[in-house]
Design a protein around this ligand. Structure first.
Ligand code: ZN
Length: 130
């Protein structure tokens, strides 16, 4: 028997949910050694779920922030880098675009990194609670 653990992510931009398999288990028979999750499988599952959730959230945020709020134009891609963030499941690296600001803003060729800005805001909010 094959058992697949999948997450279904549906953003405001998708017509259909995006299904991602985060784990697959194979079991034969019905005995004490094959019932349910093994300890190593159970330990790995939350980290895979965390990675898939964050990747989906980052993809949605990038899609939303890649469009000028003023005129609706698609922002031009200047390049990519990786952001690292810590969670209770360990370090995570996220592919993050750098985007040129829209010409309608009159800011010349300045660029922004929307995901980095969001994570800085989150960190600032956390710190302000202390
Ligand atoms: Zn614009």
């Amino acid at each position: 028997m094959q058992i697949s653990v999948q997450i279904a992510v549906q953003t405001e931009f998708d017509e259909q949910p995006n299904i991602t398999e985060i784990a697959r288990f194979e079991r034969d028979g019905f005995d004490a050694g094959s019932l349910g999750l093994h300890l190593e499988e159970a330990k790995a599952l939350p980290g895979r779920l965390q990675r898939s959730m964050i990747e989906a959230q980052a993809a949605e945020a990038i899609a939303r922030m890649s469009v000028c709020l003023e005129c609706g134009s698609r922002l031009t891609d200047k390049g990519h880098h990786r952001l690292a963030d810590r969670s209770v499941f360990g370090r995570l690296s996220i592919e993050s675009p750098r985007l040129y600001q829209c010409r309608c803003s009159g800011s010349g060729r300045k660029s922004v990194c929307p995901l980095a800005a969001c994570l800085r805001e989150r960190t600032s909010r956390r710190l302000s609670r202390w």
